[in-house]
Design a protein around this ligand. Structure first.
Ligand code: GAL
Length: 411
């Protein structure tokens, strides 16, 4: 108790003392992904005009490149003042267990965040009863995007199950659409895999996989790999050379009919491409996942040894605030992590996501750090690459099971 009070006092002193200075924030939100973060930085600068903000970004979807750079910096003892990490095992299983992060309990207390963030989300960013990062948003991973005018012209609708998807795929191929589904580089294929798994196995089995209660070698899972292989047969052959944005472009220009991607795609369609929800782009839950919301959340933490600690704490305060979340999320395609956000600031897509977030079954994303540790996620890409080349479901399932054992997920 005494220790907690002392810590709270230390935080209070350092935050109020910061009038000028520097702040380095680290993320993978550059280029098309940048505007939401810039809106947040603008808000920070309004409050702390004397602070110079270094917006350090390492581009590359899903943080594949940024996470490697972060690792070098953390291990080299030169952490950024605050960095982006997915809520869940990505942060907890690496930097928190390694004792590299600061406990944010007193900040959560002073900002009243225990009351405004959903309990389950607080659980996800906590370890040992203490919160370790501040969530700025909630993204949905299981969304299938399409171009409404093109689907109408082709005479098809968004399929509701993966078997139905395969039928629609044949119909579209017969109509001359060479690649009814568009995917991009490796992580976007893992992203698709996740939706095929959940849409085939169901959300309870998905949870069992990560709780070590269902083995990857179970015939159900092997069968879901086979379905994923058939789904990939419906996709473009130049996938590995496409970013997620380039894959999204092929929906807009009508080269392909469907893309499964997180709702940062909604941010891209509206903020970058200036398209309107429902007319410029359409969406549906990924096949087989109606009433399921596969979630992930971006969060920022405070590494031990941050050079500009007081500025970093103020940064966390801004990104956890109502004003911060409502500046960031309408541009990002995500919804606020806070439960008290002003929905009138959000578009039709985000309003529908917010409604589903309240009513759907919530499960966590593997690819985006919620349910599996980084040791699993970072090595899983090789299994997907091998599977896509060989379509050997049994071999992929066995390799995934070995990896799950190594990562401490399964026995
Ligand atoms: C996710 C991240 C999103 C978005 C996406 C594409 O992992 O949570 O905010 O940036 O990658 O890069």
């Amino acid at each position: 108790m005494k220790k907690a009070l002392l810590l709270a006092a230390a935080l209070a002193v350092t935050t109020s003392a910061s009038a000028a200075g520097k702040l380095e924030i680290f993320s993978w939100w550059s280029g098309d992904e940048g505007p939401a973060l810039e809106a947040l930085i603008k808000l920070y600068k309004q409050k702390y005009p004397a602070v110079t903000v270094d917006n350090a970004t390492v581009s590359g979807g899903a943080g594949t490149n940024a996470k490697a750079v972060l690792k070098t910096r953390m291990l080299g003892g030169t952490p950024p003042d605050s960095f982006q990490a997915h809520a869940g095992q990505e942060l907890i299983g690496t930097w928190v267990v390694a004792g590299r992060m600061e406990d944010l309990s007193s900040l959560f207390k002073s900002e009243g965040w225990d009351k405004v963030f959903p309990k389950d989300l607080v659980k996800l960013i906590s370890q040992g009863g203490k919160p370790w990062s501040v969530p700025v948003n909630v993204h949905r991973s299981n969304v299938m995007w399409y171009n409404p005018a093109k689907l109408k012209a082709w005479g098809v609708t968004a399929p509701k199950t993966w078997p139905e998807f395969l039928k629609t795929c044949s119909t579209l191929k017969a109509k001359g659409v060479a690649a009814p589904l568009v995917v991009g580089e490796n992580w976007t294929q893992q992203h698709l895999w996740e939706s095929v798994m959940i849409g085939t196995l169901g959300s309870a089995n998905w949870e069992n996989l990560w709780a070590g209660k269902l083995k990857f070698t179970d015939p159900k899972v092997v069968g879901a790999f086979t379905t994923f292989g058939k789904v990939m047969d419906c996709a473009n052959k130049d996938a590995s050379g496409l970013s997620w944005q380039q894959a999204s472009d092929r929906i807009i220009d009508g080269t392909s009919a469907f893309n499964v991607m997180g709702d940062w795609a909604a941010g891209y369609f509206t903020t970058t491409k200036k398209l309107a929800p429902n007319t410029g782009f359409g969406w549906a839950p990924a096949p087989g996942t109606t009433k399921t919301f596969v979630m992930l959340a971006d969060s920022f933490g405070l590494p031990k040894g941050a050079k500009d600690r007081a500025e970093a704490i103020n940064w966390l305060k801004v990104l956890g605030s109502k004003a911060g979340q409502d500046a960031f999320n309408p541009l990002k395609g995500s919804i606020a992590a806070r439960t008290d956000s002003d929905l009138s600031k959000y578009n039709t897509y985000s309003k529908s996501a917010a409604a589903d977030w309240k009513s759907n079954k919530i499960v966590g994303s593997m690819v985006h750090g919620a349910v599996a540790p980084e040791s699993f996620t970072s090595a899983f890409g090789a299994i997907i690459d091998q599977f896509v080349a060989s379509k050997n479901s049994a071999a992929a399932a066995a390799a995934a099971q070995q990896l799950a054992v190594r990562a401490g997920i399964s026995k």
